[in-house]
Write a protein that binds this ligand. Sequence first.
Ligand SMILES: [Cu+2]
Length: 67
Amino acid sequence: MNPSQQTFDVKGMTCGHCERAVTQAVKRVDPAAQVKVDRQAGKVEVQSAQPREQIAHAIAEEGYAVQ
Ligand SMILES: [Cu+2]
C-alpha cells in the first residue's frame, strides 16, 4: 500500500512535549511515518500507509481529542 497524506485535528497539544508524544504515538503505529505537528493550529499531518483509524486511536490514547 502506498503512503497517503492524512490530516488530523488534534486538541490539547500545548507544548513541545505534546508534539513529541503525538509524534511518537504515530510512529509506534508506523515507524516509517512522516509526522508534522502544528500545535498552534491543532493539526497533525501524517504520511503513512497505515489506516487512519489506527493512527487516530494511537493519538487518542496519549490523551488528546482527535478527529
Ligand atoms: Cu505539552
